[in-house]
Ligand binder design. Sequence first.
Ligand code: GUN
Ligand code: FE
Length: 426
Amino acid sequence: ILLRGRVLSFRSRPRDREDHASYLYETDGGILIEAGRIVAAGAFTDIAARAPLDARIVDHRPLLLMAGFIDPHIHFPQMQVTASYAANLLEWLNTYTFVEEQKFAEEAHAQRFAGLFFDELLRHGTTTAAAYCSVHKASADAYFAEAARRNLLMVGGKVMMDRNAPEPLTDTAQAGHDDTLAVIETWHGKARNHVAITPRFAITSSPAQLEAAGALVQKFPDLLIQTHLSENNDEIAYTMELYPEAKDYTDIYARYGLLSRKTLLGHAIHLSDREMDAIAEAGAVAVHCPTSNLFLGSGLFDLKRIREHGIRTAIATDIGGGSSYSLLRTLDEAYKIQQLRANRVPPIESFWQATRGNAEALGLVHKIGTLEPGTDADIIALDANATPAMRLRMETIGSLEEELFLLQTLGDDRAVRHVYVAGSPV
Ligand code: GUN
Ligand code: FE
């Protein structure tokens, strides 16, 4: 199959808005796909010359073709938690989230929501996510079975949590370890699935459980680790009561061998310089979740300071603390947070982050996040004329940068016109 359209693919993180070398952009571009992988992307005439004579051409002009969005922090069992009215993180968790997640003990419920979850992601142009499942092994089984059925590249993990939550939502240090091990053995590397070791956060894991998670990391050093860090001031205070011997919140994870290049740290808002240095040295990733941080009133991610410390970054929805499945809406809210911090983020950097940048954060850039030859053909076609208001604004727009900024500012699922997963339209 040969896709024709305006083609955009990032080569590296844009240093500034003038960094045109950081991306490929062809106004009449082509992407040649064979057996689910990208063979070549570039100017249409060049790509067409390389295509087999019988290649089917799908003309998506004037849509913008790029790698699918990647959402590196989202909660699979929280679709019915979104829009829960809470004062702050801990109230939101206890009142709504820890109630809702209990439903995922039931296999039929988990299976139904796995389908709904991937439908919703794909509708929003998200072709890969790193998700927290519930504490129940059955939720991870449902998640990965459905991802495999759809040939989606998905990261996920059975949440480990053995305290400070309702009894039906807790495992034990041993059971959390054993169930995670079983999920790894059943699903990791099966189809396109990637299993992540997932201690929810320090409040809901005993020292024994963090130790068990650390043992899994030792045994499976290539697996991603996902957890939450320093999202809310009350959360931090409670955490430090639970781990009084730790230097700070970050040090808790470091002590148990959970802070590495494989670690995805959700939120990472309220950090000392010492913590930032430790995170940077470990090579762990700070995952900004702007709609969630605003919705729960958690705080304003300090991208400039995070970058100055040399910390790797990602951007994510954090559904159901987050308020949109759309990476476009998420980029918009992240932009506004940085505006409040006198740090203006160029649109090309935003789109790099939502695609290649997030793929690098997951250590999966050799597979997803770009249109590089040999990578999986997870591709979206975006329409900056998706709504009447966008169409009007497009009348005055002449550059790619302005178009991306419009997509980010007014765009949502309506701007996602086509989605390809491993070369097949969905
Ligand atoms: N911290 C621990 N669990 C959660 C969760 O489910 N959502 C958010 N936003 N923060 C958390
Ligand atoms: Fe989260």
